[in-house]
Design a protein around this ligand. Structure first.
Ligand code: HEM
Length: 442
């Protein structure tokens, strides 16, 4: 179920703002938000609005430094996500500083459209996915094999490295372990700052995140400059392998303007972040949930075994057609996405006052996915909707399906602390990063 927020220009004319409260001076509702999300009951944050103001689906609040409206009903969320005329990106300035002013959350709708055109098909198109499948499969098989021999591992940490390798390969053709490990560590710091209070003082998460951002900028900067030089040297070489960085370096607008290094760096920082955290966490949760429910695990495994039996003799590995015909596994992934709600919030800014239901919304807005889910067609939006629908949705489902295919057929996870408490920020995960052993089935 969806829950959107909106920053409101207080002082209504024709319509009333939704019910709610603006919390404490300066910090608004952030304290109760952080308290709830650092407790075992994150839902208590929204529950307090529900119990005080009723199930109106929209609530006035003060979040992330702005007066806001939280929108919780799927209907209202869809209205907002699909109305580009009334709403633009509205992420808090503190987040923008971390993700980049030239990234998709900082640029005009027109520029956003252009960069989506350049980047979406090469990430998510059928041909692209068919090409990536071979690489994803290779890396999933070798990673599982390696983890099987490693003893105790932080399963989530390893999965994040795995998904990071995949997105690095797609964008930069890079397979260098050292670069990857260093970048991955910086991303962990960056993300801890994204939903923290924007306190830029040594020791605070946001301060460390800004430092991580600087390091990411420096590394990507040297990668972009290096590639420009390499391309100049090999100007006419047809044998050069092309990846997303080449596409970004070649892109021109109607006036022949090319993207600057700064613009490319921000797009890379954003894509590589969005493109690995989410799928890594989803792989872990799907594995945990399946193991907690052996009946569903057996059904999911049986589907994979059945599929392999039907394969033509001589076929090695998965085909894209097979991956798209795993109805049960696909439901397992959807259910995981629904329960886990990886994208807790998205933010939008109203360009002018907008009336939704009986309420006025203005300024900026963000969405939560909420857990009192009443199944209704069109109310499940794990990848968002409208012009900012996740451009990596098919890639994500492909990665997760390939991983679960090989895991279910050959491995099991033995957790060290199956009752480990859960952390909800920046993303839900067991506190011990799912410490355990990956064991090969005999
Ligand atoms: C389970 C995995 C994933 C989930 C749940 C997820 C979820 C989302 C959601 C809800 C949005 C919409 C944000 C908004 O409306 O402001 C989004 C946007 C985005 N996602 Fe994903 N995502 C996933 C995987 C990926 C992958 C693999 C990539 C990389 C290719 C990716 C790249 C992006 C980018 C670049 C955006 C910004 C799009 C824009 O503003 O136009 N995501 N994602």
């Amino acid at each position: 179920n969806h829950l959107l927020y909106e920053t409101a220009q207080l002082g209504s004319k024709r319509f009333a703002l939704p019910p709610g409260n603006l919390g404490w001076p300066f910090i608004g509702n952030m304290w109760s938000f952080l308290r709830a999300f650092k407790s075992p009951y994150p839902d208590s944050f929204m529950d307090s609005f529900l119990s005080r103001y009723g199930n109106t689906g929209m609530y006035k609040a003060f979040m992330f430094g702005s007066p806001s409206v939280i929108v919780t009903s799927a209907e209202a969320c869809k209205r907002v996500l699909n109305d580009d005329e009334a709403f633009g990106s509205g992420w808090p300035p503190s987040t923008m500083k971390l993700i980049g002013e030239n990234s998709f959350i900082g640029i005009s709708n027109q520029e956003h459209k252009r960069l989506r055109r350049i980047t979406a098909a090469p990430v998510n198109g059928y041909d692209a996915l068919a090409t990536y499948l071979t690489y994803i499969e290779k890396i999933v098989v070798s990673s599982l094999d390696k983890w099987g021999n490693m003893g105790e591992i932080e399963f989530l940490t390893e999965l994040r490295k795995l998904t990071f390798k995949i997105i690095m390969y797609i964008f930069l053709s890079s397979e260098s372990e050292t670069i990857m490990e260093a970048l991955e560590r910086e991303y962990t710091m960056l993300n801890l700052g994204v939903r923290a209070m924007a306190i830029n003082i040594p020791g605070f998460a946001y301060y460390k995140a800004l430092k991580a951002r600087k390091n990411l900028e420096a590394t990507f900067g040297s990668i972009v400059r290096g590639r420009r030089m390499e391309r100049e040297r090999k100007e006419n070489s047809k044998t050069m392998k092309r990846d997303m960085l080449d596409a970004l370096l070649e892109a021109e607008d109607e006036d022949g303007r090319r993207l600057s290094d700064e613009e490319i760096i921000d797009v890379l920082i954003m894509y590589l972040n969005a493109g690995h955290e989410s799928s890594g966490h989803t792989m872990m949760w799907a594995t945990i949930f399946l193991q907690q429910h052996p009946h569903f695990l057996q059904k999911a495994k049986a589907e994979q075994e059945e599929m392999i039996k039907k394969r033509p003799v001589g076929q090695k590995g998965l085909t894209l057609k097979e991956v798209r015909q795993m109805p049960y596994l696909s439901k397992v992934i959807d259910e995981t996405l629904r329960v886990v709600t990886f994208s807790l919030t998205v933010f939008r800014e109203a360009k002018h006052d907008v009336k939704i239901s009986a309420y006025k919304l203005s300024n900026s807005l963000l969405s939560f996915l909420f857990n009192d889910f009443i199944p209704k067609a069109g109310s499940f939006l794990p990848f968002g909707a409208g012009s900012r629908l996740c451009p990596g949705n098919d890639l994500a489902k492909l990665e997760i399906s390939v991983f679960l295919h090989y895991f279910l057929l050959n491995y099991k996870l033995e957790r060290v602390n199956p009752e480990s408490p859960i952390r909800y920020l920046p993303h839900s995960k067991p506190e011990d990063n799912c410490l355990g052993r990956i064991k090969r089935l005999v």
